[in-house]
Write a protein that binds this ligand. Sequence first.
Ligand code: ZN
Length: 193
Amino acid sequence: MRVYSAGQLACLTYIPYYWWVMVKRAPSRFNPDALAREAARFEAELPITQFPRLSEQLLNADGVLTSTFSVNQRKNQSVIRGSLAFDAVLQCQRCVEPFVKAIAVDFELVCVSTQAEADALPKALDPIVLDEDGQLHLVGLLEDDALLALPDIPKHEDDASCVPGEQSFGRVQGSATDEKPNPFGVLKDLKLS
Ligand SMILES: [Zn+2]
């Protein structure tokens, strides 16, 4: 028989309630009403390459996006509440260098069957429209919120890492032979024109 010390027992009582709820791997396609009945917490870990629109916004899509969520019934509607996180590789709009921004965002989505139902929801609620079979696709569910969490104008948050003009300085100093092709040069030139 395992004997717990008083300290260990005290720790157990302070574990957040959701640790006691079963955690399951999220299905890639599901009926939210059915998941609501399971009273479980779902987790997902998906390569960013599976999110086409998100991948387009990033300099590289090598990482993974993780999410946990639960589905509950509220006034005859399924509500999906959770969070997602990933490392976004972005291009700084000030110095044109790549940088990594840790994205973490909470979401709460009310499942509706039609766009008309979505439009009828109070503005404070975020709707998500089920497909014709009453199903949701995990990628579609997470991708909109992941996109919304990206900064409008990506830039380094600390000035020490961000040195605008460093590249043009290098270009003046360097000779034509040692100048390396810069993958962001095209973008930079577009921005200046
Ligand atoms: Zn920068």
